[in-house]
Design a protein around this ligand. Structure first.
Ligand code: AMP
Length: 279
């Protein structure tokens, strides 16, 4: 992949890149269309499909994460992707005797709260694998989804701090008609859990309505209590966190106004879902 990418670059082809864990849905495909626009008709679009073990915690769903490479490749072909890069674990984290993989990339400011607090080793896995993928794919532009807002902020910071010569683009969250953010993990939602899962979007809309009706900033604490109540009216829902914060710095906001970002993580049964939006 790296040799191919370096050759493309020598021929002045722009490379647009979409990193994914596969099990592709319409949200991923919207990122692919964005990557095509960024690369141009004569450029190259690369999608990586890699369920990265280092970003999963020991009690998370790594082994049962949905995988369907044949379907993903077909969807990528139909979407005009030039290359699907689907490396093996051995290629990404080689373990030759006595000289295994031992270098990591760690972002130390934006990574501590929210997803980082609930999943302590998660972002170190993400930044490490994304840095490796950038070196392998050599993109001019890489597209990430606003669905994973904190992840996108951390990748932007990493690219800036480490001088990766590429543009990071964040594309809007793609939703089901009832508002549920598309996610490979939605497949876990059996029976009426699927309907209960819409409570993430309903609580975002509720917060938005309250903020837009209010003439002055509102205390985050009070809003959180109200949203938690709304969410936990669903029998299978349990709030992991609700956070109001500045969209770029991710600094928590004590007072909430229009333009404050809201992010939430909620267990629906055993499935942990996240969503976020600007208020
Ligand atoms: P994943 O396969 O979950 O690691 O996601 C790969 C990329 O797709 C990440 O940049 C995600 O933020 C993005 N993504 C996932 N779901 C959505 C969605 N519903 N809308 C837009 N982007 C998404």
């Amino acid at each position: 992949m790296q040799r191919l990418a370096l050759n493309w670059r020598r021929q002045a082809a722009r490379i647009g890149f979409v990193p994914t864990m596969g099990c592709l849905h319409a949200g991923h495909l919207s990122l692919v269309r964005r990557a095509r626009r960024l690369a141009g008709p004569r450029g190259k679009v690369v999608v990586s499909i890699y369920v990265n073990p280092t970003q999963f915690g020991p009690r998370e769903d790594f082994s049962r994460y949905p995988r369907d490479l044949a379907r993903d490749v077909r969807l990528c072909r139909e979407a005009g992707v030039d290359i699907v890069f689907a490396p093996t674990d051995e290629a990404m984290y080689p373990r030759p005797q006595g000289a295994g993989f031992s270098t990591c990339v760690v972002e130390e400011c934006l990574s501590n709260r929210m997803e980082g607090a609930s999943r302590p080793t998660h972002f170190r896995g993400v930044t490490t694998v994304v840095a490796k993928l950038f070196n392998i794919v050599q993109p001019d532009a890489a597209v990430f989804g606003a669905k994973d807002w904190q992840q996108a902020a951390i990748i932007k910071r990493m690219a800036r701090d480490l001088k990766f010569p590429l543009k990071i683009v964040v594309a809007p969250t793609f939703r089901e008609p009832d508002g549920l953010a598309m996610s490979s993990r939605n497949q876990y939602l059996a029976g009426d859990l699927r309907a209960q899962a819409t409570v993430l979007w309903r609580s975002i809309q509720q917060a938005r309505a309250v903020i837009r009706r209010s003439a002055k900033p509102l205390p985050a604490r009070r809003l959180k209590t109200g949203l938690k109540k709304l969410i936990e009216r669903e029998s299978a829902a349990r709030v992991d966190y609700i956070e109001f914060f500045h969209p770029e710095t991710l600094v928590p906001a004590a007072r909430v106004t229009r333009g404050t970002q809201l992010a939430l993580a909620v267990f629906i049964g055993k499935t942990r879902l996240i969503d976020n939006a600007e208020l």
